[in-house]
Ligand binder design. Structure first.
Ligand SMILES: [Zn+2]
Length: 132
């Protein structure tokens, strides 16, 4: 029995904590937010975005794929190391902020999930700050 329990303990210790891939969900949320913002501000409709928003969305999607944080990435719009470049990050944040109201009414579940994540990250940051 000794060998078995040791074997199992070793295996249990090796199991990494489950990591949730947050990338697909964030991509979906960002797409929706861009849609809401662009429809409201640039009078587009349906799945179409204006060329400017579309270009920024494409950049964001590519960058997320190469995020240095990997699949446990924080939310792009509150990230401390934004990788879109200064000008595009400002634009990106403007769109994410400007789409909030629309997201709340049109995609309340997504809005709430996003909010919870924001609070989660704020809490984590605060905790990390206390440790130092
Ligand atoms: Zn637009």
């Amino acid at each position: 029995m000794g060998i078995f329990s040791r074997f199992f303990n070793k295996r249990a210790a090796k199991q990494p904590a489950p990591i949730k891939n947050t990338v697909p969900e964030e991509k979906k949320t960002i797409r929706k937010a861009f849609g809401v913002y662009c429809h409201g501000h640039h009078s587009t409709s349906g799945k179409a975005l204006c060329p400017k928003c579309n270009a920024l969305l494409m950049t964001a999607m590519t960058k997320i794929q190469r995020c240095p944080y990997g699949i446990t990435k924080p939310l792009c719009h509150i990230c401390e190391t934004p990788c879109f470049g200064q000008k595009q990050t400002v634009e990106f944040r403007k769109i994410m902020k400007g789409s909030r109201k629309g997201m709340f009414f049109r995609h309340p579940m997504m809005f709430i999930k996003q909010k919870l994540k924001e609070w989660g990250f704020a809490y984590m940051k605060q905790k990390q700050g206390q440790k130092k």
